[in-house]
Design a protein around this ligand. Structure first.
Ligand SMILES: C[S@@+](CC[C@H](N)C(=O)[O-])C[C@H]1O[C@@H](n2cnc3c(N)ncnc32)[C@H](O)[C@@H]1O
Ligand code: SF4
Ligand code: SF4
Length: 327
C-alpha cells in the first residue's frame, strides 16, 4: 500500500479509530471469478461469473473516493483476465486511491505497461516448483517466476504472498530466499479452512507442531531483522496460536470490506453469510457499506486483515512495519 496523502490518511484514521465512524479505508475488490488456475484450496473459479462493467466500476470508485477509501486491493479470480485492468487501475489512482493487486502472474510478462498505475503487486508463490505446481497447477511456478522477473525489469513494485499448507510448511526458508533473490518481501498467511463457505479443505492444513515450528523460525528471522519478511512480529506471535487464535478487536465492516464480483459487499470472507448481504448494484456502495452486518468471529489469522486490526488497535510492531513499507 503506497499512500498518496499521508496527512489525509492520518485524519481519516483518527476519525475511524476515535469517533467510531464506519469508513471503508481498505477495500478488497474481487474483480472477476475467472481464473487461469484451479488451486487445491480455492474454488472461486467455479462460482457465478457476474462482473461489473467499467462504467459501474467508475461510479463505485467515485463513491469510494468521497467516502475516504485509501487503498483497493484488486483480486479475483485472476484480475489480469479483465481486459480493462489498466483502465481500472488508472481510474482508481486518478481518485487518489492507492492500488494493490493479487495475481498468479498470468499475462504479466509482455503486459507490464498495463500495471503503470499499480502501486503494489502481490504474486502468489507457494514454494519450490514441485510444491507450487502440486498445489496451484502445472507450470504455475514458471508463470509466477516469469511474472516476478517481468515486474522487476519494469520496476513494478511487488511482494510474494504464501498460503501455508501441509505441503509447504517446511519451505519458509526457501520462500525467504526467493524473496531475497528478487530483492523483495514475502508475506505468509495461514490457510483458511472456510473460504467463502466452500467445501472443507482442512485436509490441506499443516500439523499443529509443524506449523508452530515454522512460525517459531519466522519469529527468529524477524527478531534478527530479516528484511525480506513482510509479516510483523505482533502478527507472527498471533498466528503462532493457530488454530485457536486469541480474540482481538475486529474492524471488519468498519474500516475494511470485500466487494464481490456479483455486487454483494461483505465485512470479511472468513465468515459464511447465507443471506442478507447488501448489494452495491442495487444500493450503491455508500448505502451498502452502511448496512454491513456486525461480524462475530472466533479469531483472525489472515495476514492483511489481521495487520489492519492490529493497526487500529495501535499495536506498535504493525504500525512500524507498515510505515517501513510505505516509505
Ligand atoms: C483468491 S487469490 C486471488 C488472486 C489470484 N488468483 C492469486 O491466486 O494470487 C488471493 C490469495 O488468496 C490465497 N488463497 C486462496 N485460497 C485460500 C485459502 N483457502 N486460505 C488462505 N488463502 C487462500 C491465494 O493463495 C492467493 O494468494
Ligand atoms: S487461489 Fe487464485 S489462482 Fe488459485 S484458483 Fe483461487 S483465484 Fe485462482
Ligand atoms: S477473520 Fe474474524 S476477526 Fe479477522 S477480520 Fe475477519 S471477522 Fe474480523
Amino acid at each position: 500500500m503506497r499512500i498518496k496523502n499521508k496527512q489525509r490518511l492520518i485524519a481519516i484514521f483518527l476519525k475511524a479509530r476515535f469517533l467510531n465512524k464506519r469508513l471503508p479505508l481498505a477495500v478488497r475488490w474481487q474483480l472477476t471469478n475467472r481464473c487461469v488456475l484451479k488451486c487445491k484450496y480455492c474454488n472461486l473459479w467455479s462460482t457465478p461469473q457476474k462482473e461489473f462493467t467499467i462504467d459501474k466500476i467508475i461510479s463505485i470508485l467515485d463513491e469510494m473516493a468521497v467516502m475516504g477509501t485509501q487503498t483497493i486491493s484488486f483480486s479475483g479470480g485472476e484480475p489480469m483476465l479483465r481486459e480493462d485492468i489498466a483502465e481500472i487501475l488508472e481510474e482508481t489512482v486518478k481518485r487518489g486511491i492507492s492500488t494493490e493487486m493479487n495475481s498468479t502472474g498470468a499475462g504479466i510478462p509482455g503486459n507490464t505497461f498495463k500495471l503503470k498505475h499499480l502501486d503494489f503487486l502481490k504474486l502468489s508463490l507457494d514454494g519450490p516448483e514441485e510444491i507450487h505446481d502440486a498445489v496451484r497447477g502445472k507450470n504455475s511456478y514458471k508463470m509466477v517466476i516469469e511474472a516476478a522477473k517481468a515486474a522487476s525489469n519494469a520496476k513494478v513494485r511487488f511482494i510474494f504472498t504464501t498460503t501455508l499448507t501441509k505441503y509447504n510448511i517446511k519451505e519458509t526458508g526457501f520462500l525467504l530466499e526467493e524473496a531475497q533473490r528478487f530483492n523483495t518481501l514475502v508475506a505468509f498467511q495461514p490457510l483458511k479452512s472456510l473460504y467463502r463457505g466452500v467445501e472443507d479443505i482442512s485436509f490441506m492444513a499443516p500439523g499443529e507442531q509443524d506449523f508452530k515450528q515454522a512460525i517459531r523460525e519466522l519469529i527468529i528471522q524477524k527478531k534478527n531483522g530479516n528484511p525480506h519478511l513482510r509479516n510483523s512480529l505482533v502478527g507472527l506471535n498471533h498466528i503462532y496460536q493457530w488454530p485457536y487464535y486469541p480474540k482481538l478487536k475486529c474492524w471488519a465492516g468498519k474500516i475494511f470490506c470485500i466487494l464481490n464480483t456479483d455486487g454483494t459487499l461483505l465485512p470479511c470472507d472468513r465468515i459464511a453469510y447465507n443471506s442478507g448481504l447488501p448489494d452495491c448494484r442495487e444500493l450503491g456502495f455508500e448505502r451498502a457499506f452502511s448496512m454491513l452486518p456486525e461480524t462475530h468471529c472466533s479469531g483472525c489469522g489472515f495476514c492483511g486483515v489481521l495487520e489492519l486490526n492490529f493497526i487500529m488497535s495501535l499495536k506498535f510492531g504493525t504500525i512500524k512495519s507498515i510505515y517501513n513499507i510505505l516509505r
